[in-house]
Design a protein around this ligand. Sequence first.
Ligand SMILES: Nc1ncnc2c1ncn2[C@@H]1O[C@H](COP(=O)(O)OP(=O)(O)O)[C@@H](O)[C@H]1O
Ligand SMILES: [Mg+2]
Length: 536
Amino acid sequence: MGDLTPQAPNPAYRVAPAAPPTEPVRDPLGATVRLIRWGGALARHDALIPREITHLLPGWFRPIAGFVHLFAGKDGRNGRPGQRLGRAFETLGPVAIKLGQVMATRADIFGIEFARDLGRLKDKLPPFPTDQARAEVERSIGRKVEDLFIDFGDPIGAASLAQAHPAYLADGRKVAVKVLRPGVERRVVKGLDAMRLAARLVHRFVIPARRLEPEAFVETVARSMYLELDMRLEAAAASELHDVMEKARADGMMHMTSPKVVWDGVGKRVLTLEWAPGVPMTDPDAARQPGLDKDQLADNVVRAFLIQALDHGVFHADLHEGNLFCQAPADLTAVDFGIVGRIGPAERRYLAEILWGFLTRDYPRIARVHFEAGYVPPHHSVEAFAQALRAVGEPVIGRAASQVSMGRLLGQLFEITALFDMHLRPELILLQKTMVSVEGVARRLNPDHDLWSAAQPVVERWIMRELGPRAQVRDALKEGLAAARALSRLVQDPPQPQTVVVEHTKPSPWLGVGVGVSVILSAAALLLSLWPGILG
Ligand SMILES: Nc1ncnc2c1ncn2[C@@H]1O[C@H](COP(=O)(O)OP(=O)(O)O)[C@@H](O)[C@H]1O
Ligand SMILES: [Mg+2]
């Protein structure tokens, strides 16, 4: 096996992720009213202080929890806490929906089941009238709809922020015109104001929840929403990813395409893309297309994602069936560029190192990488960390299986790192989440799909480039491959002891947040007298 001497630590590793600057609460009174309304909806769904955590509460707090439970309606009786919270968020508009989506990406904080349940929340609303959409297009672009499009049709899909209409250009090309909901910006600003107030109150009154950095969390949500509220930025992302996919095609690695941006049809509130060929993968007809090669399609989605992320450092971060179109035999087109992930060279190298470490079962090496990167604070022991990594990797070594989920492997790694106070860069979490989602798409196309075979050519090329020298890596990779295949057990059969450890640590933050929100409600009068201090 090749000697891969550790290289000098990359200083870029040590840069802590910048916390977004906190913005003030603009309308405290409006925010309070809105927060109380949110509290009411959560209580109705029994998602404010879920009954499942009552036994964990201190004795003095239980009567308050009992009081809140009186408000639970029939929506609060069915389902697990994550499902109930998701349903409550669906009724509360775009900011709550976004908050739910972001929380669903944080299984490291909220637990796996809770995050997965919350992730099923639906971003669907009744459409607004086509006439209003036409008016929005004219206002945003400053031209008559008739000058831009022929046959501007009724919406094909409506979500909390925008809806999409089919239309044709004068040259006959079919396009999709995505239009923001009228007045959605105002709703978002008000919703964010309420969330900022909630975060401030939680920070001030619920000490255990401070570790979760509620204010930074809200700013992360806010930033991602501001980006999604400017269609020019989504157009830029669509165009950048289109270029990346074209480059991959030039390299002979064409696994996915994306529609071209029609720049004449782009404004702050309007985005026009060429119509995606094929059938949306959410449509049952997609799977019935004659001559569809599902296995190849599954390979394509995995490879396309890896090439974007690892080779180009920019990736479509919302890859689910709703945003993918397929056409026989195995053509894949992605739409919806609202969320784009970026990983810099330092993170890519970090990923190469950990993947390599698992392939070669070199746990001390992976541990060292984490310390050198400054991800794990130096007061922890490298050896203890290596032991925890072994708990992730070893249970799967030596067991034959055909499926490797890198996404879940990374997810488990990230969970274990949380026990070592590791602050992960958000882009790595986004990458890991997207990987899990991509692997889910592939698995649903073909339950027996061999994820590792799909990923192997891309990952091998990338590890060789990142970790050279080439020949040594190639030899070692061959040796590691047999073991790597066995890593797939993680997908089906996660190691129990680690899960138990992680779950024991979970209730407190959730509990903290629940307690915090209830404190807000039950002490509203007191808080009004604290405004100057809170807002200052
Ligand atoms: N270029 C396109 N071609 C065909 N259909 C599209 C295109 N862009 C969007 N759509 C359709 O409109 C729906 C909503 O668009 P999308 O960009 O995904 O918005 P959202 O952010 O609301 O999910 C998509 O799920 C897809 O069915
Ligand atoms: Mg979409």
